[in-house]
Design a protein around this ligand. Structure first.
Ligand code: FES
Length: 147
């Protein structure tokens, strides 16, 4: 049910880890499955993404899409990274089963959240970028209220 590329990126994820003092960090979660994805971006003065890392607490498809998404944005400009949609990530992975499409959405949202963080920190605007809806900031996950 999974393409070879999905299996490859799941078993050998690229760019896993974190970046200290990252230019932008984005964390998003999917309320339904509870999976969480965090993307770290290292962006130079020319707005080029020099490095990118991810951490995913989620399903195999989430790991594979984060891995592919990091590969797609690395070395790109901030504006080019905006073109890395979940569709682009899925195409690069030779598709995902329909029930797993939402996992690729998490990758797109995490990149956008990290770009948003970068833009906020630098007081700039990135064309077409909107404030992330599901960005979870550390310490704001109010778990106690649920019980
Ligand atoms: Fe939740 Fe895949 S099942 S991200």
């Amino acid at each position: 049910m999974y393409s070879e590329k999905v299996m490859d990126h799941f078993q050998h994820p690229r760019n896993m880890g974190e970046i200290e003092n990252a230019s932008g960090v984005g964390t998003v979660g999917n309320a339904k499955c509870g999976d969480i994805m965090r993307i770290f971006l290292d962006i130079d003065d020319n707005g080029i993404i020099q490095d990118v890392k991810f951490k995913t607490f989620g399903c195999g498809a989430a790991v594979a899409t984060s891995s592919m998404a990091t590969e797609l944005v690395k070395g790109k400009s901030v504006q080019e990274a905006m073109q890395v949609t979940n569709k682009a990530v899925m195409e690069a992975l030779d598709g995902l089963p329909p029930v797993k499409v939402h996992c690729s959405l998490l990758a797109e949202e995490a990149i956008h959240a990290a770009l948003w963080d970068y833009a906020q920190k630098n007081g700039i605007e990135i064309e077409g970028l909107e404030k992330p809806k599901s960005d979870i900031h550390e310490g704001e996950e109010d778990e106690e209220e649920e019980y």
